[in-house]
Design a protein around this ligand. Structure first.
Ligand code: GDP
Length: 446
């Protein structure tokens, strides 16, 4: 049984929690795109752990965690997380228990990638050209990959090859650094030394991850594919150019891990009960500057809407059903995980965006043109809100306040798929699982 989970908004939907919950029933957990620009916050028994690169399933003892070829790996960040997890007794040093593996084919983020990111963001200033990246070198590493001058993890074990590749990678960049950004160039031999040291430390974690996945599938082991960021940040289908550099939609799980496209039984989309966005870019249902701003303030406040990786405050708005339906289609979702409903408790009224008005035309189609997306005016349906309730006394959907049940039903009717998980707080136990994707009798057998 292979289950894929993806964020369906602009990221920060609470994927960490969902992956953590589903990991209980998986044996293998795989990340397949993005880098350490994703940040998953997990709260287990009241203890908070933030993971940027290592799959969130790691908190479950004995699960195998894989970082697929589609991920860009900053080894320095990887080791920081390992050190923390080793200290907490979650992982064994030097991968002695063989729980964590990185694909030989994954691309490496090196200091010059981060420098390029930072130079560009500084150059763009605070103007419209600013994409709002996390400046962690993710974009430049993906650029190098596509331009065929990237460094793969396996290269760190081959000094001669690494040197040749570094020369090629730095030739153009150093010209850019010196002449355009007026910054010091990078020295090939220093980078070589740095890369080989990383390789030495990374060696116990490097593997042909694709082969392990194939074996696990043949053995019918349950596998969880963990997406990062969100569908509206997808490089093809998101609000381009305000997107990330990888395929965040579920389709990316196949090339990003090496399994075939027909490998997935269930694809669960994770959405908040409202919407947030970090950084620049269109956001039709944003409430700042509208009469609903106070509701947004409650949501931002109770939802602690600050990025796990960057600490940047998130922009807040109502749930956008036009965007959600688009995400259902792009990802082929079979169910929704509906997160952070508790944050909306006590609001007198809640709104759902059912249409956009673009140049006076009402539409339910998510626009391709960024200017249309910027100018889209949300058309809302207003529903009564639900008052605060004792979530610990709720064991099934019918126990929820009627208004919340109605809100969920309207969302399901609009997008055409069921809510399979409801999250009413950050903790593992603050969750209602209506159906478990690893246990559903799927019509598809892989
Ligand atoms: P991710 O990148 O998608 O994993 O999202 P983040 O970790 O950046 O943000 C999710 C935040 O919401 C984390 O701090 C979680 O602990 C928290 N969270 C997850 N589910 C819920 C929920 O149902 N209610 C509340 N109040 N917080 C939640």
């Amino acid at each position: 049984m292979n289950v894929s989970v993806v964020g369906v908004q602009w990221g920060d939907e609470g994927k960490g929690k969902v992956v953590d919950i589903y990991s209980k029933d998986a044996e293998v957990i795989v990340r397949y795109q993005g880098g350490n620009n994703a940040g998953h916050t997990l709260v287990v028994h009241g203890k908070k752990t933030v993971l940027h690169l290592i799959p969130s399933g790691v908190l479950h003892p004995e699960k195998i965690c894989l970082i697929g070829n589609g991920v860009v790996v900053d080894p320095a960040v990887f080791f920081e997380e390992i050190d923390e997890l080793v200290e907490a007794g979650i992982l064994k040093a030097k991968n002695e228990d063989g729980r964590l593996w990185v694909s030989e084919r994954a691309h490496v983020i090196l200091p010059y990638h981060c420098a390029l990111d930072q130079c560009r963001e500084t150059y763009a200033g605070s103007g419209k050209g600013k994409i709002g990246t996390t400046s962690r070198g993710i974009g430049p590493a993906y650029e190098d990959k596509v331009a065929r001058r990237g460094i793969q993890v396996v290269d760190l074990l081959y000094p001669q090859l690494l040197e040749q590749k570094l020369v090629r990678a730095l030739e153009e960049k150093n010209t850019l650094f010196q002449s355009f950004f007026k910054r010091e160039p990078f020295d090939v031999s220093e980078m070589l030394d740095y890369g080989l040291k990383l390789g030495e430390r990374l060696k116990p974690y490097i593997k042909d991850v694709r082969k392990d996945l194939l074996t696990a599938m043949k053995q019918k082991k349950p596998i969880l594919f963990e997406g990062a960021q969100g569908t509206l940040l997808d490089v093809d289908h998101g609000t381009y150019p305000y997107v990330t550099s990888s395929t965040t939609a579920s389709g990316g799980a196949s090339p990003g891990s090496g399994v075939s496209p027909n490998s997935f039984n269930e694809i669960i989309g994770i959405t908040k009960a409202y919407t947030t966005r970090v950084g620049t870019g269109p956001f039709p249902t944003e409430v700042a500057g509208t009469p609903d701003a106070p509701a947004g303030e409650q949501i931002a406040d109770l939802g602690k809407e600050f990025g796990a990786t960057t600490g940047r405050p998130r922009r807040v708005g109502w749930l956008d059903l036009v965007a959600l339906k688009y995400a259902v289609e792009i990802n082929g979702l079979t169910g929704l995980a509906f997160m952070k409903v508790d944050v909306m408790n006590g609001l007198k009224e809640v709104r759902l965006c059912t249409d956009y008005l673009i140049k006076d035309n009402k539409t339910q189609d998510f626009p391709s043109c960024i200017d249309d997306c910027e100018s889209a005016k949300p058309v809302y349906e207003t529903l009564p809100g639900w008052s605060d309730y004792d979530a610990s006394a709720v064991h099934k959907r019918e126990d929820l306040p009627q208004e919340l049940q109605d809100y969920m039903k309207r969302v399901e009717d609009y997008v055409g798929i069921p809510i399979v998980l409801l999250s009413t707080g950050p903790g593992r136990d603050e969750t209602l699982l209506f159906s478990n994707p690893f246990k559903v009798a799927s019509s598809k057998s892989v």
